[in-house]
Design a protein around this ligand. Sequence first.
Ligand code: SF4
Ligand code: SF4
Length: 440
Amino acid sequence: MNEELKKRIQDGAVVGAGGAGFPSYAKLAAGADTLVINASECEPLLDTDYILMREHMDKVVDGAKIIMECADIPRTLLCLKEHNAHRLSLTEGQKLAEGVFVKTLPDVYPIGDELATIYEATGRLVSPGNLPITKGVIVYNVETLVNVSFAVREGKPVTEKWLTIGGDVEKSVVLRVPVGMRVRDLFKKFGIVVPEGYAVIDGGPSMGQIINPNIAVVKKSTKGLLILPELIPAVAGKKGDIKTQISRASSMCCQCTRCTDMCPRNLLGYPLYPHKMVRTAINIAEMTPDMILTASLCCSCGVCETAACCQNISPRNVILEFKSILAKNRMKYVATEDVVADEYRDSRLIPISRWKAQLGVTPFDREGVLVDPIETVGTVEIGLNWHIGAPSVLAVKVGDVVKKGDKIADAAGGLSVPAYASIDGKVIYADDKKVVIESV
Ligand code: SF4
Ligand code: SF4
């Protein structure tokens, strides 16, 4: 392991650009023979990774080379869906650099689930609850590798975020903005007013979260901001509260098992049975510790809720309730044995065009247009706990004048990364949770 490179990735505050913000340096481990670049951009309406690859493939490949050198990995597979490969004129098996090859994935949902991507790319199935490294694989997202390249080659920490603004808007745009920019300021720049009866989603329509655009800010993991009608299935499914879900399930679940038959994690051979989770939630089956633990295997893809259940029940929301209890208690299911994928898996994955229709987002499917980055804003609010692990440790005080790229918080001990100012300005608020900087 090249500890020097690893340290530079940590110093650059590089975290997973699309997930829960896992510090990228901490993924590096000995024993990997394959780096998988997850470029599948599985969520409809998002073009962030596609535009990044189109504009900065050199940086993506350079980031991959750094990771390969750092962890002594001989092979990289750039995994992207067939339609994006076509748009980028890339072909299956194409060599992009020494040891770096293209791997095309079918246009199905949810192929961007890390475990599904690994399985499609390498034929290896990570055992439930285990890390990809146990199968010799490390996975990074496209933007994460761009950030690795900037951090290591140019000493530039992460201060910007690439995202798509889309949904029911005139034009879907892709751009980079300062980390911590307020969503309301961003919408103002584009003349976007969220109409009555619409919601704003941070992320994709399938797995993103509803946010309040008046108080939300762009985080390091924000891949998209979508303005969508509340009545379409993509949004309606996120609004149901758990009590309503359980009461609906009590009266309407017929235990048809369709949610389990279509669950992508179950199809990978994982012992996750959404219909049984619903059964335990509505007290018609005994809750066993093992059963509850399997909730941690759910990737929240929403297939059970949007595509499988014809009774308008959300097994996902029921499982999310169990998952949050498990997370609070730091518990998860960990298998000690390998699993085997279901023989019907390929035929049960959902073509992306059908998935868009099921979510109700087909009318809003517009190609993202690259627009100029936003450099100056009124204020940015930077969280010191936007990553997995220990929060960054505050290193500035109110009144300090900072430049873009200045350190505002140090990495804590253990798993942690520092934080940096994303604009030139003055610190107007600082505590152990966040720093607010006003541009000058
Ligand atoms: S698909 Fe719906 S009705 Fe069928 S078992 Fe699952 S939750 Fe119950
Ligand atoms: S959201 Fe539903 S379909 Fe998706 S992994 Fe979880 S239980 Fe399975």
